[in-house]
Design a protein around this ligand. Structure first.
Ligand code: GRF
Length: 213
């Protein structure tokens, strides 16, 4: 696919589960709204539902997990080799449950993004994933939760924040009803951030991310 106004960015999506964010981004790529192409989907799990979605679109899938390798260095080497083989410009974590190894973060500094279903730095870090996040939000009594998209560093849910959207916690919310509303917003904002990245509009200065015009 050719696009006027610059080279397309090569995108790898890392996902462990159902892949609704992958699907939302893919729709915008297919419409030509994002100046990028999804080159592959990578998972730490053998055959997650997201692989089915990818295969249906003819997108290559790769199962890469630490257990397949003798040493951590071999694992890191395989991940970097895979990303280099596709000349990847952007790694999109979309429900990926493993920590990205530090040497991979360092090689792709400010080129790996993640989405988190709460307003970081609250309700983030190791153990805060899936429904656990929404359960903790409701139990804490906060009135606002939301969505955070951030660059990935060496720690879970810790890198420079690119975008946040607040969402009200309603008095009768359950983790499930809240998750549903949050996910809807995720599907709107994640493609927006991928689009901005692919147009070189995100500038990182220390912990701050500036959106260029
Ligand atoms: C999303 O809620 C995302 O915020 C979190 O994991 C979930 C992934 O959902 N990081 P899906 O696999 O994209 O449907």
């Amino acid at each position: 696919m050719k696009e006027a106004g610059g080279k397309l960015k090569n995108i790898a999506v890392f996902a462990s589960g159902r892949g609704s964010n992958f699907f939302a981004i893919l729709q915008e790529v297919k419409k030509g709204k994002i100046k990028g192409r999804i080159c592959c989907v990578v998972s730490d799990r053998h055959n997650p539902p997201v692989f089915e979605l990818a295969k249906r679109e003819g997108i290559p899938t790769h199962w890469v997990c630490r257990k397949q390798f003798k040493t951590g260095d071999d694992y890191v080497g395989a991940l970097i080799e895979l990303l280099e083989s596709y000349k990847i410009d952007l790694v999109v974590l979309a429900g990926y449950l493993k920590l990205i190894p530090a040497p991979v973060v360092s090689r792709y500094r400010n080129s790996i993004i993640n989405i988190h279903p709460a307003l970081l730095p609250n309700f983030g870090g190791k153990g805060y994933y899936g429904m656990k996040v929404h359960k903790a939000v409701i139990e804490s009594g906060v009135k606002l939760t939301g969505v955070t998209v951030h660059f990935v560093d060496e720690r879970y849910d810790n890198g420079p924040i690119i975008l946040q959207k607040p969402i009200e916690v309603l008095p009768d919310d359950t983790p499930e009803t809240l998750a549903e509303r949050v996910l809807k917003v995720e599907h709107e904002v994640y493609p927006e951030v991928v689009k901005a990245f692919c147009e070189d509009k995100l500038l990182v200065e220390g912990r701050k991310v500036i959106w260029k015009e």
